[in-house]
Write a new protein. Structure first.
Ligand code: TA6
Length: 277
């Protein structure tokens, strides 16, 4: 079942419910802010604004056409996450699977920020797994370069209980010190952590007390791992003081040196599948 809903302030979102899963997707940013099977996959801040021009804090923000400040002409993480997408296509062929496609095309506002013609489609498959495919098509007459990420906030039991496997021996840029180094062993957390891994493989696992989340990707060769810890958490918008204990971001990306250049009419897809084991 697919239902169009509005929050009290008029903020529009789509509610999906099928035989195995439930999800909520804001039209602003094509932003999945809830996905539940036996339990919630995603963390959502209790103080997140659902307001136009302000990214929802949590869920899966789309960083596009730039990750972070990779393009200084653009807002941090680009403009897709605060842009209004249209619900382009839906499909409910099986009781346990719902497919949606949301689309953003260039417009007057985007040309002021990023003077290219494009089509951006997010294909979402909601079942006992959550599959996302973000496809960019260059509709312009000149090439453009982009960086991008699924900035996924995973709900966890507590930051001290988790570790991340699958990035062992991978090179990474420590965004806090700007030092390039290599990951030794699984990732655990005891302070602020912000790292951009390169040459990543297709499979990463988030290991928590009573669950494993498997992250399978196609298209990216980079992955960002982030937790703000205590001090940065206290300075961030729409974050309660202890929020840093409740989530970790593992962001399948084409970021930094893993940028993508698209010639006219060329497309590129960044795909990810989340499975709770
Ligand atoms: O992906 C990690 C990061 O770039 C952090 O440095 C932090 O800034 C985070 O994204 C959140 O950014 P936002 O713009 O959503 O507040």
């Amino acid at each position: 079942m697919i239902t169009h809903k509005k929050k009290a302030n008029g903020f529009e979102y789509i509610h999906v419910k099928n035989s195995v899963a439930e999800a909520k997707i804001a039209l602003q940013g094509a932003h999945i802010f809830a996905y539940t099977t036996q339990e919630d996959l995603l963390w959502l801040s209790e103080t997140s604004a659902f307001a136009s021009d302000e990214a929802i804090r949590g869920g899966i923000p789309l960083c596009w056409p730039a990750f972070g400040t990779n393009n200084p002409q653009l807002p941090q993480h680009g403009f897709a996450r605060t842009s209004s997408f249209e619900l382009f296509h839906t499909e409910e062929t099986q009781a346990d699977t719902t497919m949606l496609t949301l689309r953003l095309c260039d417009n007057e506002q985007t040309h002021l920020l990023w003077d290219y013609s494009f089509e951006l489609m997010l294909h979402i498959t909601i079942s006992d797994t959550l599959k996302l495919a973000l496809t960019t098509t260059n509709k312009d007459t000149k090439a453009f370069t982009l960086t991008q990420a699924f900035h996924t906030y995973f709900a966890i039991s507590d930051i001290k209980n988790i570790r991340i496997a699958g990035l062992e021996n991978k090179p990474y840029l420590d965004a806090l010190t700007q030092k390039q180094t290599v990951q030794k062993g699984a990732i655990t957390f005891d302070q602020e952590f912000d790292a951009v891994y390169q040459d990543v493989d297709t499979s990463i696992q988030l290991l928590d007390k009573n669950k494993i989340i498997d992250i399978q990707t196609q298209g990216p060769a980079s992955c960002v791992v982030w937790n703000p810890w205590i001090e940065k958490c206290s300075r961030m918008s729409a974050m309660q003081a202890d929020a840093y204990r409740q989530f970790v971001c593992i962001e399948s990306a084409n970021a930094y040196d893993d940028f993508q250049t698209l010639q006219p009419q060329e497309s590129h897809t960044l795909s990810v599948t989340f499975t709770t084991l």
